[in-house]
Design a protein around this ligand. Structure first.
Ligand code: IMP
Ligand code: MG
Length: 371
């Protein structure tokens, strides 16, 4: 069978995965698009045909391109929101079908309420999306949650019309699933096991997690594309060694890059590209190549800093405690930013993390080119 390609966020989410997935769907190479993690706490904004903009939350981006889509069993679904989202996507795209795994866990209003209560009771809030994601995963792992197979789907007319409730791992193993693209949500630094715990989401965000959640064997995986921006953003609390503390500069990047949450509208924290963290993400995430988005945002800056390691820290290692991670001292190289600097930047990334940069996208013209 053909190999399955995966797109992952290699930072803290919001790297522009939606754009890369949209580009790959538009290439015509794939006929199935699958989601494996997260819930409606994730948001992918995709601009289609320059005028249509959709914020995807639970449905894979491939739906906008008329592809068959899968919500794998590792996802948690909010059925009310899924019902509404299907209707929104149907306004721009009709020829798609959704395979919703029977084993997906279901998220309820009760989970949302608990998320808000738990955030209030924490000594330092995580800054969750308040969408009930953590409590729904807690109920799942405590083995007391309900799943899609327990629900009367007739209560959700759009889901009933558009979706096929299925064993999606069986579908993925069938001859109908030759050309599959998997789209990750969030980013590896927010992974429940590999991220900056406890300031993380509740899902796995790696290629390994994709195999586990979709029920596909590791030997079927082909390319694993890690998406990054040439700077970092983070929403919510937690260590961020390369955070830009100069308000004027961080606001400037936030405004040019429009760095506000897709779902929550929250301003994102801004920092310099961190190749120590990226080396880690490439390793644990199983990344084989890098897609660099929003590279033209840097055109507005004179000087760009890139963290190439932390003092007294092994290459590719991150301290496990958030408290210790806050204390690391990044070592920087500075690039005077000019017309040809993006090539220097790509060289630096490739030399440091050991995988090639195979795609670059510009924010301004929505263009995407292969270096
Ligand atoms: P939760 O997933 O709502 O529990 O939020 C946990 C942490 O993950 C918080 O720091 C959120 O800001 C972050 N997070 C969750 N989803 C996203 C996303 O799609 N983009 C960026 N950060 C996210
Ligand atoms: Mg997002």
């Amino acid at each position: 069978m053909e190999k399955i390609d995966i797109v992952l966020g290699a930072q803290f989410g919001d790297e522009g995965k939606g754009r890369i997935v949209g580009y790959m769907c538009a290439s015509g190479k794939y006929d199935i698009c699958a989601r494996f993690n997260g819930s409606d706490n994730a948001g992918h904004t995709v601009i289609i045909d320059s005028d249509k903009k959709i914020a995807f939350r639970q449905v894979p981006v491939g739906s906008a391109y008329g592809m068959a889509c899968i919500i794998g069993r590792g996802c948690i679904v909010d059925l009310n929101n899924l019902n509404d989202e299907i209707k929104e996507i149907e306004k721009i795209s009709g020829g798609w079908v959704l395979y919703l795994d029977n084993r997906c866990h279901v998220k309820t209003q009760g989970h949302r309420r608990r998320d808000a209560e738990e955030e209030k009771s924490r000594s330092e809030s995580i800054g969750t999306t308040l969408s009930g994601n953590g409590p729904a995963h807690a109920d799942k792992y405590a083995r007391r949650n309900i799943r899609v197979c327990d629900i009367d789907i007739n209560e959700y007319p759009n889901i009933r019309r558009r979706a096929i409730l299925a064993d999606t791992s069986l579908f993925l193993a069938s001859s109908k699933c030759e050309h599959v693209l998997v789209e990750g949500a969030h980013g590896i630094m927010l992974d429940i096991d590999h991220g900056t715990y406890p300031f993380v989401t509740s899902s796995g965000c790696t290629a390994g997690a994709a195999c586990h959640s979709l029920g596909i064997p590791p030997h079927r995986i082909g390319k694993v594309i890690g998406v990054i921006k040439p700077y970092i953003t983070r929403v919510g609390a937690g260590a961020f060694p390369t955070e830009i503390l100069d308000d004027e500069l961080s606001s400037k990047i936030r405004e040019i890059g429009r760095e506000y949450g897709t779902n929550t509208g929250r301003p994102r924290r801004i920092g310099w590209l961190d190749l120590q963290a990226l080396t880690y993400a490439v390793r644990v995430g199983g990344i084989t190549e890098i897609a660099l988005t929003k590279v033209d945002i840097l055109n507005e800056l004179f000087r760009v800093r890139i963290c190439i390691g932390y003092e007294h820290t092994t290459r590719g290692h991150l301290p496990s405690k958030d408290f210790d991670y806050r204390e690391v001292k990044p070592m920087y190289v500075d690039l005077e930013w000019g017309k040809y600097s993006r090539h220097n930047l790509m060289d630096l990334i490739e030399r440091h993390v050991g995988v090639p940069v195979t795609m670059v996208s510009d924010e301004a013209n929505g263009g995407l080119w292969k270096p």
